[in-house]
Structures are given as structure tokens and as C-alpha cells.
Design a protein around this ligand. Sequence first.
Ligand code: G3H
Length: 255
Amino acid sequence: CMMREISGINEMEHRLKSLLNLHEIVIVPGNSDESPWVKEELGRATASSMKRRLKGNTTIAVTGGSTMASVAEMLTPDLTSSETLFVPARGGIGEDVKNQANTICSKMAEHTKSRHRVLYVPDQVSKEVYKSFLKEPMIKEVLTMIKSANMVLHGIGDAITMAERRKTSEADYQKIIDGQAVGESFGYYFNEEGEVVHKVPTIGLQLEDLSHIEHVIAVAGGSSKAKAIRSYMKSAPSSTVLITDEGAAKALLKG
Ligand code: G3H
């Protein structure tokens, strides 16, 4: 469209796509650090990207966070005419209820008139309890659904912001600091080289599972997330589609 050409967004998309080695990129105008409505635009752009990709019955695995919550708000019943199932990508990683993947999945299902499943993984239990918990048929069933997802939607966060927002133990926090983590996604913390320096231990999708998933859509905006996006993209599967905003894009291109 004209607006995008005038503001140079098309050119930015082109440059960032090759810089980050992405399958596809969408940049929405604005900076979500400064204007809250930009997160709604990220949500809208994600919804239309999902729509283009959804063919046939789909299981969509979703992570938590405020960006994913905005995506949920923008989904509508015309997303797809096929069967869709929303599942949380991974078990509890210490977020507040409103930012949890379970909550977001149920919102997405409600807005699209489709189904969802939840995965309740206790955050603080002994190893023995955790092990017996994994033997529960209900848990096993949801885990099988997660592993068979053909689309993943996930956020990317600034490492320190995420470590502070979540229930992170003193020891893990120190590990994140010592490892010089800058980015976080799925409960994995990455340094500037894109190496994992800490991982929140939980069940569900693991980073290595992503390369087998047909559609991987990462949604993250705001200039404060530029470092995080760059670090995560160093190890992200090449099939990743990035939905971001001008704020993050400009900061990324500045290097
Ligand atoms: O893993 C990344 C975080 O979930 C991103 O959270 O969307 O609230 O910044 P946010």
C-alpha cells in the first residue's frame, strides 16, 4: 500500500528479512514501547498472517505474555473454517495468570469459537510429585497434542524484564545475569550470540521441536526488544515469520 511505501516500511522489511535471515517479516507502524495501540496492530497483523497460513485442521501451540494476549484480542471467528485447537506451548514458567499461555489459549478459542486445552503444571513441587504428575493420562494427552502442533505462536522478551516479571529464584536470576542473557522466548534465555544460558525446566515444546513445525510465528515489538529479537533470531528456525513494529525494526537496523 501507498502508506507503507512512503514511510519506508516495505524497504525496512526487505532489509531486516535478510539481516535476520527470516522466512517472512511484517512491520507495523509505530513503537509499542511508546504507544499501546501498536500492540493491537501487532495482534491484527498476526491474525491476518495466521489466516493466510491456516489450511485444514490445525493445532496451534501458544506461549504467554502481553503481546500474545493482544493477539488473542484480535482473533475472530472467521480465522478459519476448519477445526482449530489451541494448546499452551509449555507448562508453567512463573507468569501471572493474565500472562499465562493457558489463559491466552482459552481467550483465543473463545474469540474464534474453537477448542482449547490447558496444561496445569505446578511450579514448585518435589521431583517425585512432578514425575508422578507426568504419568497422569490427562497430562499425557495434552502433551501429545502439543507435540503434534502444526503452528506455533510465540512472544520474545527482554531477558532481565522477563526474569524480573516471573517468579525466578535467586539462583536462576544470577545464572541469567552471569550468562549475560539479553533475550527470552519459551522460557529459554539467550545471550547476544544466541546461545541458551538458562532454560526454565518444564514440559511441552522444547526449542529443538520448533524446526519440525510448519508455521512458526514470532511476535515482538518495541525498540526495547531489539537486542532480544536479534539474539533469539540467531538460533531460531529459518521458517520463522516475524511480526514486529517500526520501533524494533529501526533499532535493529541501526545495529
Ligand atoms: O517470552 C516472551 C514474553 O512472553 C514476552 O512478553 O509480550 O509481555 O513482552 P510480552
